[in-house]
Design a protein around this ligand. Sequence first.
Ligand code: KG4
Ligand code: ZN
Length: 339
Amino acid sequence: MLVLGIETSCDETGAALYDTQRGLLGHTLHSQVNMHREYGGVVPELASRDHIRRVLPLTRQLFRESNVSLEAVDAIAYTQGPGLAGALLTGAGFSSALAFGHNLPVLNIHHLEGHLLSPFLSDPAPDFPFIALLVSGGHTQLMQVNGIGQYRLLGETVDDAAGEAFDKTAKLLGLNYPGGKLLAELAAQGQAGRFRLPRPMLNSHDLNFSFSGLKTAAALLINRHEANNQIRADIAFAFEDAITDVLVRKSLTALSATGLKQLVVAGGVGANSRLRQKLLHHLTKISVTVFFPELEFCTDNGAMIALAGALRLQQLNKLPGTNGSFTVKARWNLEDLPQ
Ligand code: KG4
Ligand code: ZN
């Protein structure tokens, strides 16, 4: 079964072809990050307009580069939510129209399910069940993944997402949007032990997170010191050290509470090398295997949507019909998905 996947939930337009026998046949991606940078964040209306401009050329390019024709496709999967409503509508409209025109079934995919299943794009892949640490610009969650559609929320952020905290603190440090990666680069020049920032909710006896206080503590530190380059790097180091400590500790607690021995790290912050190092350091000591999706599949992409669509398709007894209509879900609880 060959599935075309389309992702347009935020500021990346992605298209991909995933075959249940042969794996990923190809994927194309356009990031709008340069367009949004001058505004310091994603501008929803600009995002939608850009998806409209990009989605068809990117899909054509995908078929050309993968040497596949649309006639070979068995179903079209698109991100139905959660995300920016206008951005989602462009992918939903495009996918539904294409499917209707070619009489193909449509699969409505949850964006976070795409992230959760993204480690199956790499080899070796985990086995069910596993713990997933989902850390993106919009979400920070610990999930127990028992199978496709079987997701149990163990804990989540009560305020900012981890990526959001990285981006906001990066902005305070005078870095460009999205600042997570730039903050990490600055932190690499920082001195350990120069500053210490709080580890919020580390002892909260649950698996929830809170990052807005950490960002405020970083802001106070920035205001209190003359912001020369070394001090900025030292503050970046302290911030990264604190946030990664919390993410690692809560992941360890989730693993010991469930007795599971595999951890999957998904979402853009999963690209953070300090987080990766700390997880590897702690988890090898307790014989837990950690899976990181390849860097290009950590951030938003069409491949994870095509993959989720293909895995869903294999589970269905009856193919969904096509009538050309569509809806999107800007807010959508992962636990509400069909199993
Ligand atoms: O998963 P993703 O592409 O977007 C959402 O679906 O939200 O993740 C983007 C987030 C941004 O906040 C970005 O700053 C952060 O991931 N990010 C990083 C790194 N690379 C990307 N944060 C920390 N360290 C990095 N190396
Ligand atoms: Zn995402």
